[in-house]
Design a binder for this molecule. Structure first.
Ligand code: NAD
Length: 260
């Protein structure tokens, strides 16, 4: 018996990192997966790996989450192939290498791009996810925010930080609006995780060390450690859990002085 038997989950950003590990774990736990990503090559390889391990579990749908009609088409395709969608993991996001502070940011390149993907992308996933979940009799929507929605850093990445604050606030409000419809919303707030998104951004030992000194465990998290949390939030084990800032951060937000 899998923890997600009979469920169908749509996952964005499934070609890499947290999204990929979650898609694999969903399949292991018995779910069917509508795996979505803008990177068609990475997505094809990811879905091949999932179907090799768990035959006929996943389909690949190439989607840019900032494009409303492409997101709608992904939900249509998921329902066409698997008959329903019970879980949505709005996880795709970017952290731009030139993200910076208030005075040096350029709106068109970084602010708008980041918000179009990280915020509007989550909104579209909710806009089309909510009616799909209603048709399925309810379900769970998990939106990936971040610990930076809760903590400020002296190493500025203002567009990214503001976008994750928006995801957190949007998720909280949606959880209240839809609480009596058997549709739950939770914001996954990962700490710093060893995926391409963060490791490409922290591209020197010095930049990595600047972060790790504040981390009680003294290490980056792994994508699979987020995937286990998403399976819990997607499953019937969490039917009274909604509207949370679901922190999976190795204690980062609890720390003032860290161990030496
Ligand atoms: P990742 O770069 O490994 O994976 C992100 C995936 O999203 C990639 O496959 C990428 O192609 C896809 N993607 C990017 N833009 C897209 C778009 N417009 N449409 C569809 N897909 C798109 O990164 P990750 O670390 O697994 O990040 C997943 C989520 O977790 C992101 O929302 C990120 O902001 C968030 N997060 C990550 C960390 C971290 O430290 N890695 C911490 C907190 C939150």
């Amino acid at each position: 018996m899998g923890r997600l038997d009979t469920k169908v989950g749509l996952i964005t950003g499934a070609g890499s990192g947290i999204g990929f590990e979650t898609a694999m774990l969903f399949a292991k736990e018995g779910a069917k997966v509508v795996a979505c990503d803008v990177n068609a090559n990475a997505l094809t390889k990811a879905v091949e790996k999932i179907n090799k391990a768990y035959p006929d579990s996943a389909i690949a749908v190439t989607v840019d989450v900032s494009n409303e009609m492409q997101v709608k088409a992904a939900f249509d395709e998921g329902e066409r192939v698997f008959g329903k969608i019970n879980v949505v993991f709005n996880n795709a996001g970017i952290m731009h290498g030139s993200d910076d502070n208030a005075s040096s940011l350029t709106p068109e390149n970084i602010w708008d791009l980041t918000f179009n993907i990280n915020v509007k992308g989550v909104w579209w996933g909710c806009k089309y996810g909510i009616p799909a979940l209603r048709r399925a009799g309810g379900g769970s929507i998990i939106n990936t925010a971040s610990f930076v929605a809760l903590l400020g850093a002296a190493t500025p990445q203002l567009a990214y930080t503001a976008s994750k604050g928006a995801v957190l606030a949007m998720t909280r409000e949606l959880s209240v609006i839809h609480a009596r419809e058997n549709i739950r919303f939770n914001a996954l707030c990962p700490g710093p995780i060893r995926t391409p998104l963060l490791m490409d951004f922290l591209n020197t030992d010095e930049k990595k060390e600047r972060r790790l000194v504040h981390n009680p465990m003294g290490r980056f998290g792994e994508a699979i450690e987020q995937a286990y949390a998403v399976v819990y939030l997607a499953s019937n084990e969490s039917t009274y859990v909604t509207g949370t800032e679901f922190l999976v951060d190795g204690g980062l937000t609890a720390a003032y002085v860290t161990p030496t």
